[in-house]
Design a protein. Structure first.
Length: 827
């Protein structure tokens, strides 16, 4: 990716400009060389030289400067670097602020160096158009025209546009910088030539790939914008632009914009730091714990590809297959002992995706080298995901990019990005693969500008015990490396270069948490009993033999959820009943004879099986998954039930059917279980339950009572289905503490007539423990390392006090209010 270096007399001005640009293009690579120190105005050629070296990755560097002597210093710095670097650097005469915004958007969208410079120079066009001045023609530095993206459609001559549409601007402030940047980013991604015009004002057509030209439209709220596209995917391109416009160009709702802002009169909820709130901001809590240390940043996500010729189709194809095999080995290592390793199921399947590999092979056969062939193929697959209507499936495009980056790094011999030193990682977002490589000893915390507390990256951070705050706002992307950062992953609070009194309070909180953890560990194997004498079972979610061992070590009362998928995924054929039986026996033995709750195979949606495929569906997450998939593959289901029935004759076992939504499904599943028991003989200790993950089952809990001994609420999926909010989508809230979700949980407890457990992420949220137990939940199943602290949270709960608290929570506006109430109440 082309990088931008900002040269300014004022360090504060440069940081503010970069923060503004980061709002439009959070992934842009921007370095600052500004001021002689924090307060002294001036420019330093040596500092500029260092910034150029830091920015350069071979893709090119564009330098923006403010005043005359900044230009002189930049020219001097250019003389100080070697010829190779100098050839990649362009000093650009664009206006600093407007040019930086336009350049950042262009660079983040994949534009070349000269195109980035042209966009920067044209950055004043929008302002000139609004004030009635004719924009001067852009005069970029001498350069060749920027090449088109490989495979991208070129703008069509007039009359050759294959698709048109009209959208209405609904954004409160019109098509200003942020939504305009979203439009440009989308247009650049599409394999079509896209143009837009303001029908309301009668403007001319402009390329949708140019932020400066889009800014000239002057589109206000209510204005109608015409969209037209050319090329083989013109219809898809127009549909995508229409969809983005319908989402108000993904602009954050006004009530959410305050999250993570650097200013304002209400930076944090009063009382969280004993009244000392100076310099403290708030994002969203994602992984409990206190993180203290210097900020550090990762390098660019995607590796840069060398300009190299093909070594021959066979040799290039071997590079692909060798790299795929290497990545598979990396993921297999992550699988070992990781309770959340199923997050990588989709990644493993993508490594064998016939369409992805077939497209890469076609490009190699056409003469491409392996790296660009694989990246191009992945780009096409990701674009297909992006075109889907379902938001969860659209998000799987991120999986494609993540896998492609892993394969390319393996192909090029580039190590996975790991921290250069101890501290707090500051980033835009965190993929599961990146989270899995973080060293909990060195990484003291993670502060994300965007992201979600229920994303797979956040789940892995919790599993690894790394404190995390998400949704802190794009301004955190301007935090300089080395700046002191303090964060609390339990409350979402964070501070950059905090005053001494604030830092002291963060440290005190860290010491208190450490003391609590030690106390919890010393009592981990004791029962969890509330302060008023009610026993709550604290179980463990497990997905491997190593997890079972860890669960026993951390004092789990039982295995509340065994994800049996780990036996079925990433293999050519299903495991037989004998293999499953042996594994289930090993799990029970590792837990010392404690009860194990075996969830039957939960696949479909984002976890398909090669040997038992689900039908093609427009929206697999509302289709054949969970129990529906098992009933659709009776032979596969019967083998698993036979193994479960056999092990239930030897050790305490519960069987649990996932994603049940109708009584007919549980009746059919029980009939097949009875058939298995008829073959093995009765199992006296076998208990039967369902996972309640869809509102239909939650609202009709009593209808299932005749067929089950218990129910377990899967709050991850229940939250997503109830709030229509995909867990990895930072633009929509997906917090299980939402009053709507809590109402469903309370209704289940009242109507089910059998014991109720919770086995989703919410069960491990200490702020949720008093509310869930007050609503009637009597078992909490969590990641093994979380067992001791959840037991302590139970012991700190008085149900006679938590009951009224839960009633108040049900009447609150949203999850943030509920969390605030629980934390402030002190349980």
């Amino acid at each position: 990716m082309v990088a931008v270096v900002v040269v300014s007399h004022s360090r504060a001005l440069a940081r503010a400009a970069v923060a503004l640009a980061a709002e439009m293009a959070p992934t842009a690579r921007i370095e600052i060389a500004a001021g002689l120190d924090e307060k002294t105005l001036g420019t330093d050629a040596t500092a500029i030289r260092s910034a150029l070296a830091a920015a350069d990755d071979g893709s090119g560097v564009v330098v923006l400067m403010d005043l005359g002597s900044a230009v002189l210093s930049a020219e001097l710095a250019l003389e100080m670097v070697d010829d190779e670097l100098r050839s990649r650097v362009l000093l650009c005469p664009a206006p600093l602020v407007e040019g930086l915004v336009a350049a950042a958007v262009a660079a983040a969208s994949g534009a070349g160096r000269d195109e980035v410079a042209r966009e920067a120079i044209a950055g004043l066009a929008g302002k000139q158009a609004q004030l009635g001045e004719a924009p001067a023609p852009a005069q970029p530095a001498p350069a060749q025209p920027a090449p088109a993206r490989p495979g991208a459609a070129q703008p069509a001559p007039a009359g050759e546009f294959g698709a048109v549409a009209t959208v209405r601007v609904g954004n409160p402030h019109g098509l200003h910088a942020r939504p305009a940047a979203r439009l440009v980013t989308e247009a650049r991604r599409l394999d079509a030539g896209v143009e837009v015009r303001n029908r309301t004002t009668g403007s001319g057509w402009v390329p949708a790939t140019s932020l400066s030209r889009v800014a000239t439209l002057g589109a206000l709220r209510g204005h109608e914008i015409d969209v037209r596209a050319s090329g083989p995917r013109a219809r898809q391109a127009v549909d995508e632009i229409v969809a983005v416009a319908a989402r108000q160009f993904d602009e954050t709702p006004p009530e959410l914009e305050k999250i993570g802002e650097w200013g304002g009169d209400d930076p944090v909820d009063v009382g969280k730091l004993d009244g000392a709130t100076t310099g403290v901001r708030r994002g969203q809590p994602a992984s409990a714990g206190i993180g203290l240390g210097p900020a550090w940043r990762r390098s660019s996500t995607s590796p840069d590809l060398p300009d190299e010729p093909s070594r021959g189709a066979d040799a290039e194809w071997r590079r692909v297959t060798d790299a795929v095999a290497a990545v598979r080995r990396e993921i297999d290592k992550i699988w070992e002992g990781n309770p959340e390793a199923s997050i990588f199921d989709a990644h493993l399947l993508l490594l064998d995706d016939a369409e992805l590999l077939g497209e890469a092979r076609r490009r190699i056969d056409a003469g491409a080298a392996a790296p660009p062939a694989f990246r191009g193929a992945a780009g096409l697959i990701a674009a297909d995901f992006d075109a889907l209507e379902d938001p969860y499936l659209r998000g799987r495009g991120d999986d494609v990019h993540a896998v492609a980056d892993q394969v390319l790094r393996a192909m090029l011999g580039i190590a996975e990005r790991t921290p250069a030193g101890d501290g707090v990682l500051v980033a835009a977002d965190l993929t599961p693969a990146e989270a899995a490589t973080l060293d909990p000893v060195r990484v003291k915390g993670v502060l994300l500008a965007f992201g979600s507390a229920t994303s797979h990256g956040a789940i892995l951070a919790r599993t690894r015990g790394i404190p995390m705050v998400v949704g802190a706002g794009p301004a955190v992307l301007s935090v300089p490396p080395g700046a002191a950062v303090a964060l609390d992953g339990s409350t979402g609070e964070f501070a950059v270069n905090p005053p001494g009194d604030v830092l002291t309070r963060f440290r005190e909180r860290a010491a208190s948490r450490s003391a609590r953890a030690r106390a919890a560990g010393s009592r981990a194997h004791q029962p969890a009993v509330t302060a008023d004498g009610v026993r709550i079972e604290v179980a463990a979610n497990i997905g491997s033999l190593a997890d079972a061992t860890a669960a026993a070590e951390h004092g789990a009362d039982l295995a509340g959820l065994v994800r049996t998928e780990f036996l079925f995924l990433d293999r050519a054929a299903a495991p037989g009943a004998d293999e499953q039986f042996a594994t289930y026996r090993q799990l029970a033995a590792a837990l010392g004879g404690r009860r194990i709750t075996l969830r039957t195979l939960d696949v479909g949606g984002d976890k398909p099986l090669r040997y038992a495929p689900a039908p093609h569906e427009q929206n697999p997450f509302l289709g054949v998954r969970g129990i529906r998939h098992s009933l659709a593959h009776p032979a596969l289901f019967a083998e698993q039930l036979l193994a479960i029935a056999r092990v239930a004759r030897e050790t305490p076992v519960s069987v649990m059917f996932p994603m049940v939504s109708t009584v007919a499904e549980i009746v059919a599943a029980r009939r097949m279980l009875d058939d298995a028991l008829a073959r093995t003989g009765p199992a006296a200790g076998l208990r039967v339950g369902i996972m309640v993950e869809v509102p239909a089952a939650a609202l009709r809990a009593a209808a299932f009572t005749p067929y089950v001994d218990f129910v377990s609420v899967g709050t991850n999926d229940l939250t997503q289905y109830t709030l229509a909010a995909e867990r990895g989508n930072a633009a929509v809230p997906a917090d299980g503490l939402d009053p709507a979700v809590l109402r469903l949980v309370g209704g289940i407890c009242r109507r089910a007539g059998v014991p109720v457990a919770v086995c989703g992420e919410l069960a491990g949220d200490e702020a949720a423990v008093p509310l869930l137990t007050a609503l009637g939940v009597r078992e909490l199943s969590v990641a093994p390392p979380a067992v001791p602290l959840v037991k302590e949270a139970v012991r700190a709960t008085r149900l006679d006090l938590a009951g009224p608290l839960a009633e108040r929570a049900l009447e609150l506006a949203d999850a943030a209010d509920v969390r605030r109430l629980s934390v402030q109440s002190g349980r």
